[in-house]
Design a protein around this ligand. Sequence first.
Ligand SMILES: Nc1ncnc2c1ncn2[C@@H]1O[C@H](COP(=O)(O)OP(=O)(O)OP(=O)(O)O)[C@@H](O)[C@H]1O
Length: 291
Amino acid sequence: MSKIEIKNLNKNFKFGKDKILKDINLSFDSNKIYGLFGENGAGKSTLMNLIADYTFPTDGQVTLDNENVHDNDKALSKIYYMNQNNMYPKNEKVKKIFELTKSIYKDYDVQLQDKLVKKFQLNIKTRFNKLSTGYKSIVKIIIALCVPCEFIILDEPTLGLDARNRDIFYRELIESYSEEPRTFIISTHIIEEIDKLVSNVVMIADGKVVLNDTSDNIRAKAYSVNGPMDLVSDYTKDLSVIGKESLGQYVTIDVMGSLPNKKVPSGVKVTKIELQKLIVNLMNKDGANDN
Ligand SMILES: Nc1ncnc2c1ncn2[C@@H]1O[C@H](COP(=O)(O)OP(=O)(O)OP(=O)(O)O)[C@@H](O)[C@H]1O
């Protein structure tokens, strides 16, 4: 059971004034699907780059099974990183790129690759640089699902994909994961499409981890409380408020934590919050400070 650990990590870029990542402590366990969320510029890609040793920490370290990943071929061979950079020879046909990948990874899953090529209707005789943005992502997705690595990091994998192809991707990811469990770390802004798929959620805001829990735990402690302002304010007074919207005398207050051990007042409705709404609330710091 392998594990990636990020310990006391800080990152700033040489010419940047600010720290991009601040005192990050996180672990990514075996066989889980992590959603990595945060607003534009929060530091998600930087974190993924650090895990895959594309850049190095200013302080702290990233380890895989207690070994620093930096310049560590053994550790890095267990990590596959799909991102927006095109690492493939631009003028090669897709078929050749698949062959090159297969020659690097001994247990590369050619059967799955062929199945995915058909599902996505990818023409493997096309040169990579002639593909549309969506199909470039599809080539990378196929490779990411077929390489025999224990940790698959996907930075905005569905960039440019239409709704049908996004649906195929999610279904194939789940099927592939069920057959061959491994760890996925997926960064995306389309939270509502993957919230049912992720087992764990990590959210970064202002370079810090602000949420790191299982999806089940988060769902079990995030609620919307709606009703007359005075009743809702009283019912939620000891809870951590993450969002608030009011319409006249009626208010919806989003909270995190255990609900009070008392009867919900008549006229007040308590519902669970969707992950998407929770993340947006957490991004919206003003909302969190409203109460
Ligand atoms: N090589 C670099 N040099 C200087 N600053 C950088 C570099 N790479 C990233 N940054 C800065 O680090 C911050 C975080 O960027 P990062 O790409 O990690 O965010 P992100 O959460 O992935 O954003 P997005 O969702 O928009 O892709 C940004 O302010 C960005 O400008």
